[in-house]
Design a protein around this ligand. Structure first.
Ligand code: S3P
Length: 445
């Protein structure tokens, strides 16, 4: 996990951003690639894996439960799986660091194995709600003893054989959906998840790719009904992980905002359940093109070409919240530079991410001179119309990588540099962020 000593960094931009860059592999896909490979029978190979702390926490946990996981000199990862049902009892607590995805998905996997595991995490993860996964997994027979409020540290005792359930998601969460589907892998019979609001579908795509019997249908109300047949046998795969659109969001917004910029971000995953930010930025007047569209590892991919643009405020579409849930912090920075008012609502879930992203963004944007009103479920932002923000403040990133990177972007469009109190958490999802930005022309000190 990252060095606990805070590492401050200041960001500014003396001129336009220019050039071509590649962002690291998709975090959601990387977690799932490791987990499913570790449950396949035989050796899988994963290229382009995100080597960030969150994903390494998943790798360490799968190793602790018996998988053999190695990184080759060619940067490809080889994973020898134990087979569904074959997870071993970990000898020590599983340290999940900052990673909500590792925690919730692994809780699902373990719930239907004869394994007892203790989950621990950092100060940010230890504040996040786990009842949303504890509830369905308890219905399947898992026994969980959590800290008050359903938080980490917690101990989960799996049940084998577990009980198949049909579960309607009370919150739009790909993590909860995936936890139940992964528990269903080793549960006899059919496990069903009903998803009234579609969330990222990487688990469904990848489970099918590994040979699980999984179907997705729409019910009469338009909800997605996902079924998986348990006691599955997964076949090893060769997976190529595309670049993470949630990471690409930072240089894309930076290039839109810094006058004179033109940047290409190559090889970005554009799964429609993830890519709504780019549609919203285009609706705001952003000059964004998708070149060289292709398919990589069953996911749509393109190179994103982006040029400086004067943006206009928007009302962000509530139906797209799930498809850009991690991108609001940096969208708020774009809105702070746009002409007119941006209203973003329906964002209750942002309050339970790595930090309370509504409150932390409102406070930080105000500190650098933006006009922001905080609502219970979102923000109203009155933009500058392209004029730089005053800047000059130090922002508390609160162990939240996306807050740190959003204010780094804000520094590039502020009169005085913006300082992030601790850039360390960026290593959870985007190792090499500062170098990528400085290679494009930003200054980080
Ligand atoms: C993720 C799902 C989302 C997202 C997170 C990654 C995933 O969380 O915010 O960064 O990989 O399934 P929720 O399921 O809480 O919406």
């Amino acid at each position: 996990m990252h060095d606990p000593a805070p590492r401050p960094a200041s960001f500014s931009a003396p001129g336009p951003l220019r050039g071509r860059a590649t962002v690291p592999g998709d975090k959601s896909i990387s977690h799932r690639a490791l987990m499913l490979s570790a449950l396949a029978v035989g050796e899988s190979r994963v290229e382009g894996l995100l080597e960030g702390e969150d994903v390494l926490a998943t790798a360490a946990a799968m190793r602790a439960m018996g998988a053999r996981i190695e990184r080759g000199a060619d940067a490809a990862w080889r994973i020898h799986g134990v087979g569904v049902g074959g997870l071993l009892q970990p000898e020590t607590a599983l340290d999940m660091g900052n990673s909500g995805t590792s925690t919730r998905l692994l809780m699902g996997l373990i719930a239907s194995h004869a394994v007892t595991a203790t989950f621990t995490g950092d100060a940010s993860l230890s504040k996040r709600p786990m009842n949303r996964v504890i509830e369905p997994l308890a219905l399947m027979g898992a026994d969980v003893t959590a800290s008050p409020g359903g938080r980490l540290p917690l101990m989960l005792r799996g049940l084998c054989p577990a009980v198949p359930i049909s579960y309607r998601l009370p919150v739009a969460s790909a993590q909860v959906k995936s936890a139940v589907l992964l528990a269903g892998l080793n549960t006899p019979g059919i496990t069903t998840v009903i998803e009234p609001v579609a969330t990222r579908d990487h688990s469904e795509r990848m489970l099918k790719g590994f040979g699980a019997e999984l179907s997705v249908e729409q019910d009469g109300d338009g909800a997605r009904v996902i079924t998986i047949r348990g006691e599955a046998e997964l076949k090893p795969q060769h997976i190529v992980v595309p670049g993470d659109p949630s990471s690409a969001a930072f240089p894309v917004v930076a290039a839109l905002l810094v006058p004179g910029s033109e940047v290409t971000i190559a090889n970005v995953g554009l799964n429609p359940t993830r890519a709504a930010l780019f549609d919203v930025l285009r609706a705001m007047g952003g000059d964004i093109e998708f070149a060289n569209r292709r398919e990589v590892g069953g996911e749509p991919v393109a190179d994103i070409v982006v040029r400086h643009s004067i943006l206009k405020g928007v009302e962000t579409p509530v139906e797209s919240v799930a498809a850009m849930v991690d991108e609001y912090p940096v969208l708020f920075v774009a809105a702070a530079l746009a002409e007119g008012r941006t209203v973003a609502r329906g964002l209750e879930e942002l309050r339970v991410k790595e930090s309370d992203r509504i409150a932390v963004m409102a406070e930080g944007l105000r500190a650098i001179g933006a006009r922001v009103e905080e609502l219970e479920d979102g923000l109203i932002i009155d933009g500058t119309g392209g004029d730089p923000l005053p800047g000059g403040a130090t922002i508390a990133a609160r162990l939240d990588h996306r807050i740190a990177m959003s204010f780094a972007v804000a520094g590039l469009v502020s009169k005085a540099a913006v300082t992030i109190d601790d850039i360390g958490p960026v290593a959870t999802s985007f190792p090499g962020f500062a170098k990528l930005m400085t290679d494009l022309g930003a200054v980080a000190a």
